[in-house]
Design a protein around this ligand. Structure first.
Ligand SMILES: Cc1cc2nc3c(=O)[nH]c(=O)nc-3n(C[C@H](O)[C@H](O)[C@H](O)COP(=O)(O)OP(=O)(O)OC[C@H]3O[C@@H](n4cnc5c(N)ncnc54)[C@H](O)[C@@H]3O)c2cc1C
Ligand code: FES
Length: 253
């Protein structure tokens, strides 16, 4: 696919838009693509990145990623008109059909887990669902997508250091703002997912997980996690092909 836009939108955070026919295969929010970040064989492994916006009219989709390690730093060097080798869309995304028009949903994102919630929120709003967002970041410099989410529904930003918005954890922000909801969708660091499952797991709750990946298509078993019925045994789920989104109580976080 061809790079049509690539910009630095927050500290170490890049927004990459690609164009190509593959967009017509994308639909479910929360799915990801597996990107080859360089022309040669180094690094060998592709990098999994979530789809954050789909625009079929323009044949484009957008991702947001943090340039941290070697692979994502190489990716950040891609310029407009460059070609990127994309495998996808992969995985099972957020089940939009679990909620109906008139219901209220809470979307909770942490850091680099925020991007896939944008396409999810857009699709829920189109269905007539009321959306609220709680988005957690480390500090003011790391905040992105606030304007886009605010256009779709109530949006609370939290920062760990209090440099912007609510100071503290997303879980405390939900309680302090007395947010009520029929279902929750979330993506972010595992400790955040664990805390949300503990507090809100009695409601419909869908969590998007991150695991280190090899093949990305269910063949190499690099990304397995245990199921709740069999926490130490042989029963497992693959994050890349059974997930990345699971219902609360399905897998051990
Ligand atoms: C389903 C899924 C969706 C993701 N969506 C996003 C996103 O939208 N934006 C974003 O910034 N990041 C996302 N990530 C995390 C992202 O894939 C890693 O941060 C990235 O692969 C790290 O690569 P690197 O070159 O920076 O680091 P390196 O340290 O060079 O990576 C080395 C290897 O470790 C793997 N790896 C390292 N950290 C992670 C991690 N946290 N999760 C999974 N594999 C990792 C890499 O894929 C690679 O194989 C997602 C991960 C998964 C599994
Ligand atoms: S990454 Fe290979 S099975 Fe999931």
């Amino acid at each position: 696919m061809v790079v049509t836009k690539h910009e630095n939108i927050a500290e170490k955070i890049f927004q990459l838009t690609l164009q190509g026919e593959l967009v017509f295969e994308m639909g479910s929010p929360g799915q990801f693509v597996h990107l080859k970040v360089s022309e040669g064989t180094t690094p060998l492994l592709r990098r999994p990145i979530s789809i954050s916006k789909i625009n079929k009219e323009k044949k484009q989709f957008t991702m947001i990623y943090r340039a941290e390690g070697a692979g994502t730093q190489l990716l950040s060097l891609k310029k407009t008109e460059d070609v990127v080798d994309v495998l996808g869309p992969l995985g099972n995304g957020f089940p939009v059909d679990e909620v109906t028009s008139g219901q209220t949903v809470l979307l909770v994102g942490g850091g680099i887990g925020v991007p896939p919630l944008l396409e999810l929120s857009t699709q829920l709003v189109a269905k007539g669902v009321t959306v609220q967002h709680v988005l957690g970041f480390q500090s003011k410099k790391a905040v992105f997508l606030e304007e886009e989410f605010s256009k779709l529904g109530k949006t609370i930003i939290t920062t760990d250091d209090g440099s912007y918005g609510y100071r503290g954890f997303v879980t405390n922000a939900i309680t302090d703002h007395e947010l009520t909801f029929d279902a929750m969708y979330t993506c972010g660091p595992t400790p955040m997912l664990r805390a949300l499952e503990k507090l809100h797991g009695h409601k419909p709750l869908f969590l998007s997980l991150e695991e280190r990946m090899g093949c990305g298509i269910g063949a190499c078993f690099a990304c397995v996690c245990h199921t709740v019925e069999d926490p130490t045994g042989t029963s497992y789920k693959k994050v890349c092909s059974d997930g990345p989104v699971f219902k609360a109580g399905e897998v051990v976080l």
